[in-house]
Design a binder for this molecule. Structure first.
Ligand code: NAP
Ligand SMILES: CC(C)CCC[C@@H](C)[C@H]1CC[C@H]2C3=C(CC[C@]12C)[C@@]1(C)CC[C@H](O)C(C)(C)[C@@H]1CC3
Length: 592
């Protein structure tokens, strides 16, 4: 490359688009016509950079800086990028200008996530490939898709223009930053999704049937009753009534209105926080109904029919969600929300936060009909147990299970925390979540109380004390971890968190790296799992069925952890690797 300052093969420092961070890059070529260098970063990202955005490594002095802003954090061991630079020359280099040190203001960093390609033919549609990639550009307006190259149905390269500094980027799908997986072909997705849609409801019904057998063994499941005996219009009416009653409580003008997550168009969604009010009113309404002679035993005697009606309701609601999502504006779709496959979109959901006027269907379903239904079912099972075994009070095991579940749900209501969770911020609202919220949660989470109706469990006092202690430990970890993270995300300079060490990342957000978040990378999952175990133990050790919840949660959280890990690695790059080096275990200290 005669006449140019840098030659191909040179290792130099290149600015990461939209930010003030410089990373080590290798010069590949120079295009004299557009006066841009093509460079490759260590994670495989190829960009075109102007000479002004490149520096010679020899004269390059990374600034020293503390890794946190609060004075107390400054005292903590420094793991600043400057130190990273000095420590190893083979690692990614990064340094920041003083302006960039103010974390909340570092909004300019561009982040690109690419997620499953869910089509098998794209060569005919190369121009609407936005749908095949999921682009999430924080400071989004600064990035603009210029072109894509695709072959054999796969997008190979995506060309982007970073508007804030006119940098052009070529992101290759086989060189995605930090190795995300991105090529899911259409047929396996179709088959997988279809199987899950059939298997999951049958599994719920199967578990319920086994639970009511004397020998509640999964090895000898009795046949499912005929479907027509399970579909009862009267029961379906009750399910619809329950949903409408909860919807009515949701729209009551009580409770404060808070801002949730920002939409891609910059608009902030508002949510009314009145789940606790709704809970109190539900208890009052049920109390009044029982007083008027309504028999809660109906829930126990029509348990399977209720589950089938909830399934039917979930299917209808999902169809509605799918149909309306076809007309939803693009900026209201979830990442990957419109894959082009009907079945996939129906299952995963296209719209991120479907709303009817201000009524947020996802937020409503996540917290109300299902979770509240779970508690009502538990109470009905306690009554059924008393009736069946002629007891004046529910058994200690039943009381423990009821109290643990009640406490868990009330905690969710007290904190109304789902707004910041992955499902709210990233997942589309389709059959999976609708079914999860309306059938899976109430009918599988209550299996322990259903089991206890037919399988009494005698607990000694020390055993009760042990189980309660375990639940308290689990809850404390779960609550403290979630609260710390949420408080930190709301206000990184929160004085109550100033004793915690943090790692800065290129996105301007930091990661907590001490306290519970220094014990394992997902302490909130750890707490949840300990609680799950405490909920199963009152049922004894005769059958595996009451442990279904622990098994489900372990599977779900391990999978979620892996998904989150991949996302965080893509988002935070080398800072995430630093975090993983510092905090080696994912969920269980010294085990996993
Ligand atoms: N009972 C159930 O069926 C069930 C099912 C699923 C989940 N849950 C519970 O729901 C709660 C929320 O779970 P979730 O899956 O949404 O995951 P989460 O742990 O609340 O959120 C993960 C996110 O936290 C941030 N983060 C990760 N490490 C961090 C660190 N060191 N410092 C600061 N921020 C960090 C990252 O996002 P940003 O950096 O972008 O903020 C990451 O994407 C958990 O307690 C879980 O146990 C219960
Ligand atoms: C179909 C199934 C295999 C998967 C279904 C998944 C959903 C049922 C769960 C995914 C996220 C979960 C969740 C809660 C309930 C169950 C899910 C919706 C939650 C609302 C329970 C109360 C907690 O306090 C919580 C708010 C932390 C929690 C959030 C995540």
């Amino acid at each position: 490359m005669p006449g140019t300052r840098f030659q191909s093969g040179d290792m130099v420092m290149g600015r990461w688009p939209g930010s003030s961070l410089f990373y080590e890059v290798k010069v590949l070529s120079y295009d004299a016509k557009i006066q841009l260098y093509t460079v490759v970063y260590k994670d495989g990202t190829e960009l075109e950079l102007r000479e002004a955005d490149m520096k010679n490594p020899t004269g390059f002095k990374p600034s020293r800086r503390s890794r946190s802003r609060s004075p107390s954090r400054r005292r903590s061991r420094s793991r600043s990028p400057a130190r990273t630079t000095r420590r190893s020359s083979s690692r990614t280099f990064a340094t920041e200008t003083p302006a960039a040190r103010k974390e909340p203001k570092m909004k300019e960093v561009l982040e690109i996530r690419l997620s499953p390609v869910v089509r098998n033919t794209c060569h005919t549609h190369c121009w609407d490939l936005e749908w095949l990639f999921v682009f999430e550009c924080f400071s989004a307006a600064s990035c603009h898709v210029l072109d894509r190259e695709c072959e054999g149905g796969m997008v190979l390269v995506c060309k982007l223009l970073c508007q804030s500094n006119s940098t052009r980027m070529h992101i290759k799908t086989d060189r995605l930053p930090y190795g995300s997986s991105h090529s899911v072909s259409f047929p396996p997705v179709f088959a997988g999704v279809s199987c899950m849609m059939l298997f999951l409801p049958v599994a719920v019904l199967g578990l319920m049937v086994v639970c009511s057998q004397e020998d509640a063994s999964l090895m000898s499941p009795p046949p499912l009753p005929a479907l027509d005996s399970l579909l009862d219009p009267h029961v379906f009416g009750m399910v619809v009534l329950w949903f409408l009653f909860q919807a009515l409580l949701y729209v009551l003008p009580v409770g404060k209105v808070v801002e949730g997550i920002p939409l891609k168009n910059g608009e902030w969604l508002k949510y009314r926080m009145n789940t606790l009010h709704a809970f109190v009113l539900t208890v009052a309404a049920l109390g009044a109904a029982v007083h008027q002679g309504v028999d809660l035993g109906y829930i126990h005697s029509h348990f399977l029919q209720l589950a089938v009606s909830s399934l039917l309701f979930s299917v209808l609601l999902s169809v509605y969600l799918y149909v309306r999502s076809r007309w939803a504006p693009q900026d209201q779709l979830a990442p990957g929300g419109n894959s082009g496959s009907v079945i996939y979109d129906f299952f995963m959901g296209s719209e991120l936060n479907p709303r009817i006027k201000g009524f947020d269907l996802k937020y409503f379903c996540e917290l109300r009909p299902g979770l509240m239904g779970w508690l009502v079912i538990n109470a009905a099972m306690a009554l059924a147990e008393m009736k069946l075994h002629n007891l004046d009070y529910p058994s200690p095991a039943m009381i423990l299970v009821n109290c643990f579940h009640l406490f868990y749900v009330l905690d969710a209501y007290w904190h109304e925390a789902v707004l910041g969770y992955m499902d709210t911020t990233h997942a589309g609202f389709g059959f999976m979540l609708v079914f999860g919220d309306l059938m899976w949660v109430p009918f599988t989470f209550s299996l322990q109380s259903y089991y206890l109706v037919y399988h009494p469990s005698h607990l000694s006092l020390p055993w009760i004390v042990g189980i309660v202690t375990l639940n308290v430990i689990g809850f404390s970890i779960f609550r403290k971890a979630n609260s710390q993270k949420n408080a930190f995300r709301r206000n990184p300079s929160d004085p109550t968190l100033s004793h915690l060490k943090t790692i800065p990342t290129a996105t301007g957000k930091s990661l907590l790296v001490s306290g519970l978040w220094g014990l394992v990378r997902h302490p909130n999952y750890l707490g949840d799992l300990i609680m799950a175990l405490a909920w199963s133990l009152p049922c004894g050790f005769t059958h595996i069925l009451p442990y279904f919840y622990v098994i489900y949660l372990t599977t779900l959280l391990v999978h979620r952890e892996a998904r989150d890990e991949a996302q965080c690695r893509r988002k935070y790059g080398s800072a995430w690797d630093d975090y993983c080096r510092e905090v080696r275990y994912r969920i269980i200290p010294r085990v996993y």
